[in-house]
Design a protein around this ligand. Sequence first.
Ligand code: UFG
Length: 323
Amino acid sequence: MILVVGGAGYIGSHLVKELVEKEDVVVLDNLSTGHREAVDKRAIFVKGDLGNEEDLQMVFRSYPIKAVMHFAAYSLVGESVIDPLKYYENNVASTLTLLKVMIKFKVKNFIFSSTAATYGIPDVKLIDEESKTAPINPYGQSKLMVEQMLADFSKSYGLNYVVLRYFNAAGAHHSAAIGESHDPETHLIPIILQQLLGTREKISVFGSDYDTEDGTCIRDYIHVTDLAHAHILALEALLSGEKSAETYNLGNGLGYSVKEVIETCERVTGIKANVEMTDRRAGDPARLVASSNKIFTELGWKAERHLEKIIADAWKWHQNQLY
Ligand code: UFG
């Protein structure tokens, strides 16, 4: 059985939907930002807190867990600057509690959701796993701290892990049964689609004077279903013993500017967007694009869904948003 912590959240729920096809799954989520309706009915759901040792022990005592996937983190860069305590407490301290209980129950396999924010402001065009990690905000820092703990725990306690550094997760399940639903929403693609649906007045483009082709920031958007598939390959590699301590980037290897994303949304939906140019948002690097060659070479994963498909699936979800 696989324990998915944070399995009611955006990325976790998409992973669970794929994983239940192959494994028995138990989801632990406190529903602080996740949605109970997003959890596939084939998974067992336990409402509980990652930072609560009793909740965790109950789960590990009740189910024969062979691996843990951990999605239960706060992930808003801006909020992490305003309230770093919240980020270190949940993303670091609670993860430490989870790892402690795993070690106690001799559960050795761990897949960790990390982020491109660990790289800070990169000095290369295509970021690979050897690129320098230098986070510029507490969110990225909190993820990097856990990565460092994992490296030490692997050496000292024989913990096997795969760290997956996501670039910009986007899109929704092709069935439109689950999708992205944050409150407040801060991510570019849902914000554009909300505006196109008429539930938001305008789209603010944060900065048009960056050193990029059209002056707006470039990001590497990755379909949430592609992310889910990468987790399943990582899990198989851990369970088979093929991998024991690895870090992989997950991106498309293609960068799209904010303007290009807006244009693609207009093309996919056939609706014209209401856009205003505003000042830069603090802490936004001009360009974040991944090389995902390592995971392609080692596990055979590559992103199969590109920007149009990401937007088309997200659009279907937003038109019929269920939660
Ligand atoms: N943007 C706008 N207007 C908006 C929202 C976003 O112009 O209303 C721009 C941002 O400035 C950025 C791009 O659109 O250039 C993408 O912004 P998102 O907020 O969608 O995503 P980020 O790149 O800021 O953040 C993502 C993840 C974080 C992760 C980060 C890594 O959501 O969890 O990538 O840098 F930390």
